[in-house]
Design a protein around this ligand. Structure first.
Ligand code: TRP
Length: 346
């Protein structure tokens, strides 16, 4: 689905969530490759919690096997998984209502990859624009089979629990298209088992990092949710601005300044043009003070909750264990259905 129709469909879905939240199962997740940051918060985390609070069933995957798409080994997995769990809990994911789990703990999910791979051609896999982009930017000297096939693995993430809504940024739309293709072809070949999930496009603007490019876990340009107030001040102090002391919001010509203004605006719930006007001729120093205050004030309650949860890591890890168990039971049931449909039942 291209952008226009995907936007319209997303607006329609929002109405349905309000009327019949119990007809939806939302599937989202993150790769455990580093701490979550403000870009994640405004792009997806707050939306997960909003949907959960509307009564939608939310599944969140910690996509540990997917870490291996663009690197040889998954480093510091335990640390990053703990960090994700803390961020989820601190932002308001409620384990009594939502399910958090990881790839590697749910064998039956991974087994779906086998029949699913038979439903897509090598040519189709090679045409995925997001995968192409990741290959072009990869630091690896070779491209692994997982790099080409992970969108099909992602289809298993979504379909094992019959997720029918996937909140995504634009870069994930091709993956969702793969999921829909897999579901449709499976159903055509073997009988109706899977829904064809819809994308729910995020309304949030792309958040720029401290270097004026997309805020990203791996670029070292982000403000982590779990950073301290001092670390935050330091990160923002080092952010790229420009020589013009008159602060204006103009993302095209002033990406550094505009990225900072957008950060402040989101945290303050205001328009970035207004924030710029207020700073006026104050220059980069005043801009950075405004942004630092806005971010630290906004994140303070979340950080306090995060610190509280961090005091009780046995509890935090038990949330993942319980989620894994729930996901495992669902995956086993779906795999049984799949085997049955394919004539493989024992
Ligand atoms: N590819 C997603 C990302 O990089 C993470 C992910 C893995 C995911 N499996 C998923 C997202 C299933 C939604 C649904 O952010």
């Amino acid at each position: 689905m291209s952008l226009g129709p995907a936007r319209r469909r997303s607006a329609e879905l929002e109405r349905h969530f309000r009327q019949t939240p119990d007809r939806f199962r939302v599937m989202t997740g993150d790769r455990p490759t580093g701490p979550l940051h403000l870009g994640h918060y405004f792009g997806t985390l707050h939306n997960r919690v909003r949907l959960q609070d509307l009564g939608v069933d939310v599944f969140v995957i910690i996509a540990d096997y997917q870490v291996l798409t663009d690197r040889d080994m998954a480093d510091r997995l335990g640390e990053y998984k703990d960090g994700l769990l803390l961020d989820y809990l601190a932002t308001g994911i409620d384990p009594a209502r939502s399910t958090v789990f990881s790839h590697s703990a749910v064998p039956a999910l991974n087994q779906l990859l086998l029949p699913f791979l038979s439903l897509v051609s090598i040519a189709e896999l090679g045409r995925n624009p997001t995968v192409k982009d990741e290959i072009a930017n990869s630091r690896q000297s070779t491209v692994s089979g997982l790099m080409y096939t992970y969108p099909v693995h992602q289809a298993a993430d979504i379909l094992f629990c019959k997720g029918n809504v996937v909140p995504v940024g634009q870069d994930q739309l091709p993956h969702l298209e793969t999921t829909r293709t897999v579901a449709r072809r499976f159903n055509e070949r073997y009988g109706a088992v899977f829904p064809e999930p819809d994308a729910l496009l995020s309304a949030a603007p792309l958040l720029l990092g401290t270097d004026g490019t997309k805020m990203s876990k791996s670029r070292g340009n982000s403000v982590p949710l779990g950073a301290t107030a001092d670390e935050t001040a330091r990160l923002i102090k080092g952010a790229m601005t420009d020589a013009d002391r008159h602060i204006t919001y103009d993302p095209e010509t002033r990406p550094g300044v505009s990225g900072l203004l957008m950060l402040a605006a989101l945290c303050l719930g205001r328009d970035p043009h207004d924030v710029a006007e207020e700073i006026g001729d104050g220059g980069g120093a005043a801009l950075k003070r405004t942004v630092t205050d806005a971010v630290n004030t906004f994140l303070a309650p979340m950080r306090a909750r995060r610190a509280e949860y961090a005091q009780d890591m046995p509890y935090v890890r038990s949330v993942l264990r319980a989620g894994n168990e729930r996901a495992d039971a669902i995956a086993e049931a779906t795999l049984d259905e799949v085997r049955e449909a394919m004539g493989m039942s024992r």
